[in-house]
Design a protein around this ligand. Structure first.
Ligand code: FAD
Ligand code: NAP
Ligand code: SF4
Length: 672
């Protein structure tokens, strides 16, 4: 057994879980419409088949007031039960277990019916909540208990009471959002009363043979959050009230400390759960940035927790648990914590999926089925688009050749993986390396495909995935050897001086800036250093676990420039862009918009900023001004009369990212 602690059974009294893996709650967008529950059932069934010990649904509101958004998922009426039976039936048929998460959004509700302990608007929603009356609080308490009873009737193995992340229960607990003077506010004991009563009355209503997980905010990461002694008191009261398991919550949604993005070190908050060990006797679950079996095993072996929760890693690979159990963790499709297809989608009201696994939440639509006729297919370009396409084609039984002029697979991911905080991208390359081999794709590296060789191959299908070429700029002085492209920096590792201007503030401009400000990129995986930089108090002396951030000085002085007006980085991804902007701000990077580039000479880069001339005294300029499709081969083949399929950056470079490249490659592969 490669991971003895991870696969040790967990006895919950009435039920024994086969392992210590909890699939944490993850909103997919499929919870919100009854017509999507067949898709949701297929999604959970696939993960149950993959051997996860216990799963938790996305947040389901116990009332309309508790909605996350108008008409969001709700379980408050008997006629809501049949759709939930689809989920529980599908999971139980696969031998799995599933709990419903009861989530009352409180002031995070994105609708005008939202309620809260006090009338205080959250910084992340436009609606001011109504303060609940004392009767309203009691009604809300009944709603939670009623929801749990309905969940039990619908076949769930238990419920998770969402008490963290800044949602309603958490709003009652923290003085920051609870200014009440009645029995539900005032001192810490009264502020936690709602949480404790929900667990106590739910236990009384559902009996002993039903799991109650309580998600407890152990580190609020906001001013006016709980202090550690209050967290311990709450945990003890929750245990006494009848909870079966305490899950860890880290950070409110409005916190300005990142908690799950890829730059957070792996298991970066397991130490918080560890601090609670010994204070309660029920199992404790560690969370956040746990994505590989080695990490999970270490947490359990070191006694930091009794279970580990992973949500996104099971979106990325439904077979995570069975692969780990079989000692095949090198075959796991690792979550790279990019948020690009999961959380970013949810925040845009789109269905969640996964950048590295586009089948996630599309299980019934993107099916990989055996090909009816085995074809000979060549894929040119082993970047994300080509790797996804070739491996899916291979899995379907086609005879596939994948060609790349480089000596390694991965295309631009080989540059991305060097960016501090993007170390996880190595895992995607490892995964595809195995997957391509396992499904029999013939890999030809270090070979540039040309028209003659492709035509001579006599293939049934030709797929072009040749990616992009960086956009070159021309201005007086742009031919100076000190004007570099991002490939000079990341691929050829050319020397870069102490003062640098970066032209272009898109995703790559930001990444290159982060690369150039760091002294030792690998140090970003050090939890203590990372916590110091972001102001996380690892001693837990401060309320909310916050202290003054202590960023290390930057390795270089950087100017990050864009032509368009407005704040650089405003177009970065929804849930991660603020982290990139905050990182560069802490490193004193000057981010300027409304810039036009005049010339580069011995004095530096001459620019107009909002029409006013400035000379930036830089040693080097790095161009990150977007990309153009690399269609040389595609155009030549089309001219030669060949029928080609074009995917990824070669198809369209504008707003290209790996999410689109992998999805497009996979979608083509299931059709050929
Ligand atoms: P590419 O990755 O460009 O691959 C094309 C491949 O084709 C290359 O390997 C090339 O060698 C090969 N090739 C070209 N011509 C030939 C030929 N004639 N014969 C043989 N081989 C050929 N995206 C995200 O989604 N999230 C991120 O966080 C992210 N970060 C990034 C950070 C950096 C620093 C960079 C540079 C990019 C980042 N990207 C990110 C973008 C992402 O990597 C690209 O969108 C993605 O790689 C595009 O995939 P592709 O397969 O279309 O092309
Ligand atoms: P990009 O995001 O399109 O940004 C290009 C930048 O160059 C912009 O600032 C653009 O805006 C500027 N620019 C464009 N044409 C220019 C010109 N002719 N002269 C001067 N400036 C010009 O592209 P990218 O940074 O190259 O990234 C490529 C893709 O990789 C992106 O689509 C992105 O999604 C993906 N990526 C994603 C991440 C991530 O973390 N999710 C990270 C890296 C890359 P102005 O014209 O206003 O200056
Ligand atoms: Fe993980 Fe990114 Fe997939 Fe979300 S989209 S599950 S963060 S790899």
């Amino acid at each position: 057994m490669p991971y003895p602690h991870l696969f040790a059974p967990l006895d919950l009294g009435h039920l024994t879980l086969p392992n210590r893996i909890l699939m944490g709650s993850m909103h997919t967008g499929l919870e919100d419409r009854a017509s999507d529950y067949d898709k949701l059932a297929a999604y959970f069934a696939e993960r149950a088949r993959g051997g996860v010990g216990l799963m938790v649904t996305g947040g389901i509101a116990p009332s309309m007031q508790g909605w996350l958004k108008p008409f969001g998922g709700r379980l408050s009426m008997p006629w809501h039960k049949p759709r939930h039976r689809k989920l529980t039936g599908a999971v139980h048929a696969e031998g799995g277990r599933i709990c419903l998460q009861i989530l009352h959004a409180g002031r995070y509700g994105y609708h005008p019916l939202s309620v809260a302990p006090s009338k205080i608007k959250s910084p992340i929603t436009p609606f001011t909540p109504r303060a609940l009356s004392s009767r309203g609080v009691k009604r809300t308490l009944r709603d939670f208990v009623h929801c749990a009873r309905l969940a039990q009737d619908a076949g769930y193995d238990g419920v998770e009471v969402m008490g963290s992340e800044g949602y309603l229960i958490n709003q009652f607990i923290a003085a920051r959002t609870n200014r009440r003077e009645d029995a539900w506010g005032g001192d810490a004991v009264r502020r936690m009363r709602l949480a404790v009563e929900i667990v106590r009355q739910t236990r009384a209503a559902v009996g002993r043979d039903f799991i109650i997980i309580y998600r407890l905010s152990m580190l609020d990461l906001v001013d006016g959050g709980q202090d550690w002694s209050e967290v311990v008191t709450l945990a003890k009261a929750i245990e006494a009230a009848g909870a079966s398991i305490i899950n860890t919550g880290i950070g409110w949604h409005e916190a300005r400390v990142p908690t799950i993005v890829t730059s957070v070190p792996r298991a970066g908050f397991a130490w918080v759960t560890q601090r609670l060990k010994g204070e309660v006797t029920i199992p404790l679950v560690a969370t956040n940035r746990i994505n590989m079996p080695e990490v999970a095993e270490r947490i359990l072996a070191d006694g930091q927790a009794d279970m580990v929760s992973m949500a996104r890693p099971l979106l990325a690979d439904p077979d995570w648990a069975s692969k780990a159990k079989a000692g095949r963790s090198d075959r796991i499709n690792t979550c790279i914590a990019c948020n690009q297809a999961c959380l970013d989608h949810v925040f845009q009201n789109r269905r969640a999926s996964c950048l590295v696994n586009p089948r996630a939440c599309r299980e019934t639509e993107l099916r990989i089925e055996p090909a009816t006729r085995r074809k000979r297919i060549v894929v040119i370009g082993a970047g994300p688009a080509g790797m996804a396409c070739a491996s899916t084609l291979g899995e379907r039984g086609h005879a596939v050749t994948l060609i790349d002029k480089s000596h390694e697979i991965g295309g631009q991911f080989n540059y991305a993986k060097q960016i501090p905080g993007k170390e996880e991208f190595h895992e995607t390359l490892r995964y595809f390396g195995h997957r391509l081999r396992d499904c029999g794709v013939e890999l030809q590296l270090g070979r540039t495909a040309d028209v003659a060789s492709v035509l001579a191959g006599g293939y049934d299908e030709v797929v072009i995935a040749t990616g992009i070429t960086p956009r070159a700029l021309s201005f007086p002085g742009s031919d100076d050897p000190r004007v570099l492209s991002y490939l000079d920096v990341l691929a050829d590792h050319r020397y870069v001086g102490a003062k640098v201007a970066i032209i272009g503030a898109g995703g790559i401009g930001f990444d290159v800036a982060e690369f150039l400000v760091e002294h030792a990129p690998s140090a970003t995986t050090d939890v203590a250093r990372w916590s110091r930089e972001w102001g996380v108090d690892m001693q837990l002396n401060q309320r909310g676990g916050l202290q003054e951030p202590q960023p290390e000085p930057p390795a270089r002085q950087i100017w990050l420039l864009q032509r368009s007006d407005g704040r650089p980085g405003a177009r970065l991804n929804k849930t991660t862009g603020w982290v990139h902007r905050a990182t560069l701000k802490a490193k004193q990077v000057s981010m300027l918009g409304n810039v036009s580039y005049q010339r580069f000479d011995e004095q530096g880069l001459h620019v107009l900023v909002a029409g006013k001339p400035q000379i930036l005294p830089v040693d080097h300029v790095v161009i990150c001004a977007g990309q153009e499709p690399n269609r040389l081969l595609a155009d030549a083949l089309i001219t030669a009369g060949s029928n080609v399929h074009i995917i990824g950056g070669a198809d369209l470079a504008s707003e290209l990212d790996a999410k689109r490249a992998i999805l497009q490659g996979s979608e083509l592969a299931v059709m050929l």
